[in-house]
Every structure is written in structure tokens, then in C-alpha cells.
Design a protein around this ligand. Structure first.
Ligand SMILES: NC(=O)c1ccc[n+]([C@@H]2O[C@H](COP(=O)([O-])OP(=O)(O)OC[C@H]3O[C@@H](n4cnc5c(N)ncnc54)[C@H](O)[C@@H]3O)[C@@H](O)[C@H]2O)c1
Length: 434
């Protein structure tokens, strides 16, 4: 798809007139690609490759293997050879016979992702640092692979538009794209949000999102590392790699707000943010707190707060206010609460296993799942919140979405890379990196 078409078909106004394509089924039956047809019988072994052998990637590989019998892990890829070695050790123990990775299917470096995609896999798990997700997703879909795609899916609007275009391509090819925005695969959260969307508290008038947690990790610099290696090892603390914690972590809460709002984007957002505690160099250029207000065309506002500081009061919850009452989504281990009544009363599977179960079932049943739209839009909401706080400006969705803002180098090699300064509201201009 051309860049021009991608922009005009994905403006906010276009979203408002489209329904959310979560499950794409029947109409694609005539245009299915070979990759999906190969597994239509439901009995073939699906070969899974993991790109990004860190904590989540290893976890996702185990979840995928838990999800059904006829799957095998056959390939591993990471930027760093030591991460591949650690994953070989950990995963061969964790998944037993389903571990069928041979040394010639282990890859390291900036092109490891492409080598894995070319190594006869059916499904790829994308679990690297977020910056690289649009590139890896595009390559996987171009090669006809089904994808499990961790959140967030991009760090800037150029990346978001690329992901949307790739997911349209996946739809045409009949490929499944399942998002790591895992609350969408939690049966309790699903029921609570569906009941709210069905009118259980009347019309939504406001949503309050809290994601107030302790501090997260950093990796100390080693003298033998180049600046590029240091930033990639310490990726969480560099905005061009992680998107900052409003995109990287808070996207889970922003995604629930978007889901409640029918996956339609807001008109604009403003916000306040900064860094008060995480001020040392190892924390790169990310903030430690953000507070945003996003405004929808129908007058609904989402008030969104995230903080990562030790020794403060924590809370992770979605509070929803309607014309006929109020609800909470995550309360009581995601049982949900609507006007004081618990919502979900059954037993539910681990959402982390369940997302892979649905992915494999969609491949085998010939009804591909395509989570592309919501995973891109929810990521974009985080980017909007970040840019509003970084600049101190009220930012229109359309202006940011259509901007040329792209973070980080355009080619990747070991050596030097600029160290971005910490954004200063009122001084940092919008759009950055254009
Ligand atoms: N859905 C969830 O609940 C959840 C939980 C944790 C993490 N995550 C997401 O998973 C992703 C990874 O997080 P993590 O905690 O596992 O981090 P991590 O640092 O443990 O792992 C990331 C791995 O990706 C590798 N990598 C980076 N760039 C790469 C590239 N270009 N090619 C190949 N490999 C590359 C790194 O070397 C590292 O081994 C993040 O996007 C994070 O937001 C999601």
C-alpha cells in the first residue's frame, strides 16, 4: 500500500465510520493464501519461531506450546547471541519434546529476524524491543507467516501507519495477527467490557485509567559496549526504543479505554508529565510520570494517569462512569464490578495461554484473527499522550497520526548513535523527529 493511501484511509474520521475488524472470516475464504490453507485440516504440526528471546519472548514461547499439542518451537532469533543461548537453555527445559530448535535455526544480529522468517516456520512470535516491531511484522506478513505480536506495536506515527498497512496486507493474505494486548484475551475482562458496551451502565461519560506502579529496570553500561549496544541493552529507558513507559506499559490500560470507546480514536489530548525521581543517566530520556486527558467527539473524556516511582501508593485499575452507574474492570482478579455486582463468575484460562489457543484455532479453522487495528490505535493513543506531555501542547490526533515523526536511526549497525535529551514541556516542539 502506498504511503499516501495509508494516511488517507486511516484518519480519525475514517475510523469513526468503520467498524472494528477483530475477526475477519467468511469473505476472505476465496482469497486465502497458501500458508493458511496448509493448516486448514487442523492436524498438521505448526512450526513456531521466536524473535526476541527475552523475558516475554521466552514466556510467550511457553504459552504457545501450552496452547495445543500439534505445535513445536523450531527457531530462535535475537539481536544478541547471549540472549539466544540463554533462551536455548531455558526453553529446552521448559517445553520438553516440543523444543525442536537446531543450531542452524538460531540467529543473532540485526537481520536475525529475517533469517528466522526464512527458516521454514509457520508462525512467528514478535517479542523484541518495540522500536523494531513494524519492520519485523512487515517482513513476517510479506513472507506469509501468522503472527503473535507483542505490545506496543510501534513507538512513533510512522511505525503505527506501517503496522496498519501491514495488517491490511495480512487480511488480504488470510493471515492471523494476534495481539499481545492480553486483556483482550482475558475472559473476565471481555465479559465486563462487553456488558458495559452493551449498556450496563448507560452511556459512558468518562473513564479514569490508573497504572501507578513501582520503578522498573535499567541495565548498567559496560565499557566494551558501543553506544548502540548500550542503548539496545538498556532499551526500556530510551524513548526511541521503548516509546517511554506511557507507550510501553500503560498501553494495556489505554487499550481498555479504547476498547470501551469502540476502538474509535479521540480528537485530541493534553497532559502533564516529567521525571522527578528517575533522573540518573541510566534512565536515559524517559519520564517517570504522565497525566493525560483525551477528548472524544461525543464529549467523553478519558483521564489517564501512570507513574513509576518506588514508595508511592500503587493502583492499576479502569474506572468507568456512565449515565446509569459505574464499573471497574480489573477488580477482584478481573472479575469486574458493575454497579456493585461482580461480573464474571466462572473459571477462566490464563489469558497468556488463551491468546495462543485462539491464534492456533484461527489458523486451523480458516477464520483468521486480525487484531491489527486495535493494537495500532491503542499504541497511537500512548504516543499521543507522550507527545502532549513532552511538548506541553494540546495535540490533535489527526495532526500527529499523519505526521512524519519517526524516532531512532533508519539503518541499524553497532557503533555510535545519538543520545536524545529529556523532553522539556514548552521547549520541546511538536512534531519531534520529523
Ligand atoms: N503482554 C505482556 O503482558 C508483556 C509483558 C512483558 C513484556 N511485554 C512486551 O514484550 C516485549 C519484550 O519485553 P521483555 O520484557 O521480554 O524485554 P527483554 O529485554 O527481556 O527482551 C527483549 C529481547 O528482544 C531482543 N531484541 C531487541 N531488538 C531486537 C532485534 N532488532 N532483533 C531481534 N531481537 C531483538 C533483545 O535483545 C532482548 O533479548 C516488549 O515490547 C514488552 O512491552 C509484554
Amino acid at each position: 500500500m502506498s504511503e499516501t493511501r495509508s494516511r488517507t484511509t486511516t484518519s480519525r474520521r475514517t475510523f469513526l465510520t468503520q467498524t472494528t475488524a477483530t475477526v475477519v472470516g467468511g469473505t476472505l475464504a476465496a482469497t486465502l493464501g497458501g500458508a493458511r490453507m496448509a493448516h486448514a485440516s487442523g492436524s498438521d504440526i505448526l512450526k513456531v519461531g521466536l524473535i526476541g528471546c527475552g523475558g516475554r519472548g521466552n514466556g510467550a514461547a511457553v504459552n504457545a506450546m501450552n496452547a495445543e499439542d500439534n505445535v513445536r518451537l523450531t527457531a530462535l532469533a535475537d539481536l544478541f547471541p547471549d540472549r539466544v543461548e540463554e533462551a536455548k537453555e531455558a526453553l529446552s527445559q521448559a517445553i520438553g519434546d516440543k523444543y525442536q530448535v537446531t543450531d542452524d535455526r538460531c540467529f543473532a544480529g540485526f537481520d536475525a529476524y529475517q533469517q528466522l522468517i526464512d527458516a521454514d516456520v509457520d508462525v512467528v512470535l514478535l517479542a523484541t524491543t518495540p522500536h523494531y516491531r513494524p519492520q519485523h511484522l512487515q517482513a513476517a506478513v510479506a513472507a506469509g507467516k501468522h503472527v503473535f505480536c507483542e505490545k506496543p506495536v510501534a513507538v512513533d506515527p510512522v511505525g503505527v501507519r506501517s503496522v496498519l498497512a501491514t495488517c491490511e496486507e495480512a487480511e488480504k493474505k488470510g493471515l492471523s495477527i494476534v495481539s499481545g494486548l492480553c486483556w483482550r484475551y482475558d475472559l473476565g475482562v471481555r465479559e465486563t467490557i462487553n456488558r458495559i458496551r452493551d449498556g450496563a451502565i448507560g452511556d459512558i461519560v468518562a473513564i479514569h485509567e490508573n497504572y501507578l506502579t513501582g520503578a522498573l529496570w535499567f541495565r548498567a553500561r559496560k565499557p566494551e559496549w558501543s553506544e548502540m549496544e548500550y542503548q539496545n541493552r538498556n532499551w526500556y529507558n530510551h524513548t526511541w526504543l521503548s516509546g517511554d513507559h506511557i507507550v510501553e506499559q500503560f498501553v494495556h490500560s489505554l487499550d481498555k479505554a479504547m476498547w470501551l470507546m469502540g476502538d474509535q480514536p479521540p480528537q485530541r489530548g493534553f497532559g502533564l508529565g516529567g521525571r522527578q525521581v528517575r533522573v540518573q543517566p541510566e534512565y536515559g530520556n524517559i519520564y517517570d510520570h504522565f497525566a493525560n486527558c483525551f477528548e472524544w467527539e461525543n464529549g467523553v473524556k478519558v483521564y489517564a494517569y501512570t507513574r513509576q516511582m518506588a514508595h508511592c501508593d500503587n493502583d492499576v485499575e479502569d474506572y468507568v462512569y456512565g449515565t446509569k452507574g459505574r464499573a471497574q474492570v480489573l477488580v477482584n482478579q478481573q472479575q469486574g464490578l458493575i454497579n456493585g455486582e461482580p461480573v464474571f463468575k466462572g473459571k477462566k484460562p490464563s489469558m497468556y495461554d488463551y491468546e495462543h489457543k485462539e491464534l492456533f484455532a484461527s489458523i486451523r479453522s480458516g477464520k483468521p484473527i486480525n487484531d491489527g487495528r486495535f493494537m495500532a490505535l491503542s499504541t497511537m493513543l500512548g504516543i499521543l499522550g507522550r507527545e502532549a506531555c513532552y511538548t506541553g501542547k494540546t495535540i490533535e490526533w489527526d495532526a500527529l497520526f499523519n505526521s512524519d515523526m519517526r524516532l531512532g536511526p533508519t539503518t541499524y549497525e553497532w557503533g555510535d548513535v545519538p543520545s536524545e535529551s529529556v523532553a522539556t514541556p514548552g521547549v520541546t516542539t511538536f512534531p519531534r523527529g520529523a
